[in-house]
Design a protein. Structure first.
Length: 130
């Protein structure tokens, strides 16, 4: 038996602003954008050339979900965007307006810098040492 985590749901306030951030600012691909009826959509984005999980951008429904937008990880880094060229991707992300919360660090496990998405969720841009 083979299993993998294929898709992770991320609460967003608005589909279109989330698509703009993830596709235009982070450079992700729009994998799917399908109407489901009742104002709901199935919106999936993923890094180009992805080999890991993709994100389902789920518009928050109800007060408790809206309250969780931007804090699904409880203030911790929740997502890890792995790269094979940290310097190039870091520079490109800065140029496109990504907000990094720290300067790049070079740790025993690799090069890393924490950034925030449009809602404040924390991400690592990371190039692991191989």
């Amino acid at each position: 038996m083979s299993q993998s985590i294929a898709t992770v749901s991320l609460l967003v306030a608005d589909y279109d602003e989330a698509i703009t951030f993830y596709c235009d600012t982070l450079g992700f691909d729009l994998v799917a954008d399908n109407e489901l009826g009742g104002g709901k959509r199935w919106v999936v984005v993923a890094p180009p050339g992805r080999t890991g999980a993709q994100l389902l951008l789920a518009r928050a429904d109800g007060e408790s979900q809206r309250a969780a937008i931007g804090n699904q990880g409880g203030g911790r880094v929740m997502f890890f965007l792995e790269t094979n060229n940290f310097a190039k991707d870091h520079a490109a992300m800065l140029e496109r307006g990504v907000t990094f919360l720290e300067e790049p660090r070079h740790e025993a496990y690799g090069s890393v810098a924490v950034f925030a998405d449009l809602y404040g969720n924390k991400w690592d841009l990371i190039q692991p040492k191989r």
